[in-house]
Design a protein around this ligand. Sequence first.
Ligand code: ATP
Ligand code: MG
Length: 571
Amino acid sequence: MSTETSNMGNSEDNKPSNFIKEIINKDIDNNKNNGRVITRFPPEPNGYLHIGHAKSICLNFGLASEYNGKCNLRFDDTNPTKEEQEYVDSIIEDIRWLGFHWGEKELYASDYFDELFEYAVKLIKKGKAYIDSSDGDQIKEMRGMPTKPGIESPYRNRAVEENLDLFMRMKNGEFKDGEHVLRAKIDMSSPNMNMRDPIMYRIKHATHHRTGDKWCIYPMYDWAHGQSDSIEGITHSICTLEFENHRPLYDWFVKELEIHHPQQIEFARLNMSYTIMSKRKLLQLVEDKHVDGWDDPRMPTISGLRRRGYTPEAIRNFAEMVGVAKRDNVIDYSLLEYSVRDHLNKQAQRVMSVLRPIKVILTNYPEGQIEEMEAVNNPEDETMGTRMLPFSRELFIDMDDFKEDPPKKYYRLSPGSEVRLRYAYIIKCDEVIKDPATGEIIALHCSYDPETKSGVGTSTKKVKATIHWVSAQHAIEAEVRLYDRLFNSSDPAGDKEVDFLSHINKDSLEILKNCKIEPFLKNAKIGERFQFERLGYFAVDNKNTTTDNLVFNRTATLKDAWTKIENAKNK
Ligand code: ATP
Ligand code: MG
């Protein structure tokens, strides 16, 4: 999607503009960076990507693509103790799945450890960085408060030679963790706390997932990030708002080093109702087994959404709909659900599936007879054609479509009433068969009207309801997992006094075994998505499906039940 070419120019797509594009357009007009656009997506490999990251991915890769530039995938792997290869692999898989490509290979901040070290030496030589031998608490204490200036460290005016010597020895592993740090020499009374001699390097005797034991000093985020951007020739370094007051530091470093100066631009991070986006909290859900891994279909992670049945297009459209804002806001969760419904409605194969089966015996239908009924694969897309559905004397319908004591205006099946079986006949319920011991309904005896066959019958009979069904002898069995929102509070992490775990929706997963599905799905593939008519969108689970257990995850219901509930509450 984002191949590097020399033919730069304005966006040719008709995508809506935003303030970042306005900045880029101006830069191109002024021939800044020779009119090139190079962005990056810089995840820290300490967790799986979530829908907020997806927003940032779509923005960065999307801009690169629109302006014929490129977007680098750069792992911000500067903290050896929290980062793992598993996360690197999942991040690569998720971004590819979303449909984006980067250059030949992914990049790592750790690729630049040597250069960053040389840059630090340069600043020390300029008298712009020094070794502080105070301990962590003292450094914190001396930093002061936003309203109160900090205090200069007693080590601040060390000679350049001494600083260089100590820095080399830090690198060579002569000191223990925490004995010294390298700090930038900026301004201890700056109203911006980030400018009060920020730490650039700390000692950490830890094995890094890529550089192994080569280093025992590791760069801090602010030091590594901007310089990595510069080394890669990034033109527009897009980040979220909380970095706004890191920008003066970002600019200070590249200016003092006299290296390529990328422009940092901040936008509002994506916040969504009914969910959390903190990687630390998501990790807690996984580790404490509140969910079935990072890819649990209830998780807001990209892998969770994929397993749930979301399409990359739905997520990209969602990111586009959300837009790019300068101020924080909260996006309603139902917008994400809308986007997947909208895409699957256009795309998904329709099938019939009975989740809570109740047997129907058509007492007047010839034993052993099988008819093939023609069914439309997707009313939204004629090219998807039709398929044949076997029909026979014994069928299953959904328990939800029958009521022994129907309320007024109940049009589905009840004793004595008639309904149409989709693509088949009108049937009438004659008798309810119960288990004499338990009183439980075990079957419905019904009769069909042979004149009412869909499309061919001569009868003009009309009924008010059409229900779905499957032929009992042809049905395949499946397990179906119904998901609801993971939290029952719209802002589960909003109240610091209340543990977000207390807002977990206990009914967010319902597992139905022995569901009956039409035989068309016999060869359904992992990840394949369908609309179960009248019930919603479902995808074949990629984790629990085996050769003898077909498992479906409900991606979304056909309608937005939550908004309805909330509207009712507000009335
Ligand atoms: P943390 O830094 O606390 O571990 P993070 O979510 O910022 O969490 P990163 O791996 O640093 O994780 O994020 C990679 C990129 O994704 C960053 O550029 C960040 O700005 C962006 N990003 C993260 N969360 C969101 C969000 N909710 N909306 C938009 N962009 C986000
Ligand atoms: Mg971050």
